[in-house]
Write a protein that binds this ligand. Structure first.
Ligand code: GTP
Ligand code: MG
Length: 298
């Protein structure tokens, strides 16, 4: 008997998998690699992911909903505290947790904090193995395997470790198989073809922020926020907020160079015909103001 598109494979498994870890270890790059599509923005700047984003991987016999989370870090203001809290609360009611660490860095307090927030049954994902030699990998795996989990003792073998590279794809298939095997029987949470829970409006603002982060250098990643204020297809107006007027020219660049490059790079990722208007505005100290954070959806 042929299965119709609405029929579930017998014994279909599904579940939610939280992806947590220190900022910059490559959680969002990993989720994109697992899903096989770009569902979360990435950058080399700290605290790129600010709100949990769901990325969906659907196979014939299972569906995984990955929950990409803001990276754990030492908070500098209420916004930082909110991001850490939202990562922690993403751990509620998930079926599995992936604790991601960076193979090219030594295990630090942020990694220990992430592991300590996660259940013992979590997987440890040692990412960025393309950055190290085979000889360096063994001690890194041992250090990752010794992380102490909630209620755990830190004995060796306390959590299963997966060495991977989210950039080259090495180890991703093995990780997907292992995740699939751990899921309980369950429904399809998202229909076929849906890859993420992001709205078009949120996603477009994220694409703009990603490009701003890549064009402004290290000066102000934390100070930038983006929001779409008008969506009258094909016109999309997106505001780029900074915290101080001195930051405006940095975003705009000499002769508008940065803003232009941001617009070109974002438009390439939008449906054809989009007319994207970018406006840089000052919203004083938005990271420290509850009203601004709420308006921005943070
Ligand atoms: N070489 C290498 N670089 C990687 C790999 N995975 C991620 N990166 C890079 O690491 C940087 C951070 O990646 P993200 O995916 O944004 O990291 P994140 O953990 O989501 O960061 P936050 O959202 O700030 O918590 C980016 O420059 C990525 O290109 C990898 O496997 N190998
Ligand atoms: Mg991220």
């Amino acid at each position: 008997m042929a299965l119709g598109s609405d029929d579930l494979w017998p014994g279909f498994r599904s579940g939610f998998v939280a992806v947590i870890g220190r900022t910059g270890v490559g959680k969002s790059t990993l989720v994109n690699a697992l899903v096989g599509a770009k569902v979360s923005i990435t950058s080399s700047r700290p605290n790129t992911t600010r709100l949990p984003v769901q990325g969906v991987l659907t196979r014939r016999s299972f569906q995984v909903v990955f929950v990409d989370t803001p990276g754990f870090h030492k908070p500098r203001n209420i916004f930082g505290e909110r991001q850490n809290a939202s990562a922690t609360s993403s751990l509620d009611a998930v079926d599995l947790v992936l604790v991601v660490v960076d193979a090219s860095k030594v295990i630090g307090p942020g990694d220990r904090f992430a592991a300590a927030s996660a259940p013992r049954s979590s997987y440890v994902v040692v990412n960025k193995i393309d950055r190290i030699t085979r000889r360096q990998l063994l001690p890194r795996l041992a250090a990752a395997g010794a992380l102490r989990f909630e209620g755990g003792t830190g004995d060796s073998g306390s959590a299963e470790c997966f060495p991977i590279s989210s950039i080259t794809g090495k180890g991703i298939d093995e990780l997907v198989q292992a995740i699939g095997a751990r899921l309980p029987e369950g429904p399809k949470y998202y229909p076929d073809g849906i890859l993420s829970d992001s709205s078009e409006i949120f996603w477009t603002a994220e694409l703009v922020r990603e490009q701003v982060l890549s064009h402004v250098g290290d000066e102000l990643p934390h100070s930038v926020a983006c929001r779409v204020v008008e969506w009258e297809w094909p016109l999309i107006r997106c505001e780029i907020l900074v915290e101080r007027s001195s930051q405006k020219p940095i975003v705009i660049g000499a002769g508008g160079r940065n803003l232009k490059a941001v617009g070109v790079a974002v438009r390439k990722q939008l449906p054809p015909g989009a007319y994207l208007e970018l406006v840089v505005k000052v919203e004083k100290n938005w990271q420290r103001r509850e009203d601004s954070l709420s308006r921005l959806g943070y």
